[in-house]
Design a protein around this ligand. Structure first.
Ligand SMILES: O=P(O)(O)OC[C@H]1O[C@H](OP(=O)(O)OP(=O)(O)O)[C@H](O)[C@@H]1O
Ligand SMILES: O=c1[nH]c(=O)c2nc[nH]c2[nH]1
Ligand SMILES: [Mg+2]
Length: 166
């Protein structure tokens, strides 16, 4: 169990931005294939995996189900389901997709299941970055990324106030 994370910066992401960044990730991955299939890390990896699957015309998709946060509070990671896809073996030729790496704990667990797979995320924070093969946008470790499925439109405090209040 970790201490409460000091996320004092906030990075909200819209559906359009997420779509654009997931497509940018697909552009980076097209030359690194061909890919046998995608393993999406639920739940956050499901949306980027769907966009990448559409762009790279991949129809074989499996999931690895890992849960390690209650909102911003990290706890011990629980693997709810491993890989089903027949032939995924050591992961060679397979693409693992998650929304982000933060501490890298989830990526570490999934990499051990599929050591030769290519790990791709849309976002990365410095601590998890070494565990990812391809990503699009880096944010600082003390930033919380707010994905479009977790947020709704509402008043936002000026950055100066948010930063001062922590
Ligand atoms: O690098 P880490 O510190 O392990 O954090 C990154 C993981 O945390 C989030 O998943 P979460 O466990 O919150 O589950 P969810 O995808 O179902 O929201 C996110 O989707 C990544 O999978
Ligand atoms: O929505 C999320 N935003 C984050 O920054 C993060 N880090 C770990 N897990 C996360 N989930
Ligand atoms: Mg996740």
């Amino acid at each position: 169990m970790s201490e409460a994370a000091p996320f004092n910066k906030h990075f909200p992401v819209s559906w359009e931005e997420l779509h654009r960044n997931a497509k940018a990730l697909a552009w980076r991955l097209i030359d690194k294939g061909p890919w046998k299939g995608i393993i999406a890390v639920t739940r956050g990896g499901l949306v980027p995996a769907a966009i990448i699957a559409r762009e790279l015309e991949i129809r074989l998709i499996d999931t690895v189900c890992v849960s390690s946060y209650d909102h911003q509070q990290q706890r011990n990671a629980t693997v709810l389901k491993g890989v089903d896809a027949s032939g995924a073996g050591d992961g060679e030729g397979w693409l693992i997709v998650d929304d982000l790496v933060d501490t890298g704990k989830t990526a570490d667990i999934v990499r051990k299941m599929l050591p030769k797979a290519h790990f791709a995320t849309v976002y990365a924070k410095p601590a998890g970055r070494p565990l990812v093969d391809t990503f699009i946008t880096e944010v600082s470790q003390d930033t919380w990324i707010h994905f479009p499925w977790d947020i709704e439109l509402q008043f936002s405090q000026p950055i100066a106030k948010q930063f001062r209040n922590g």
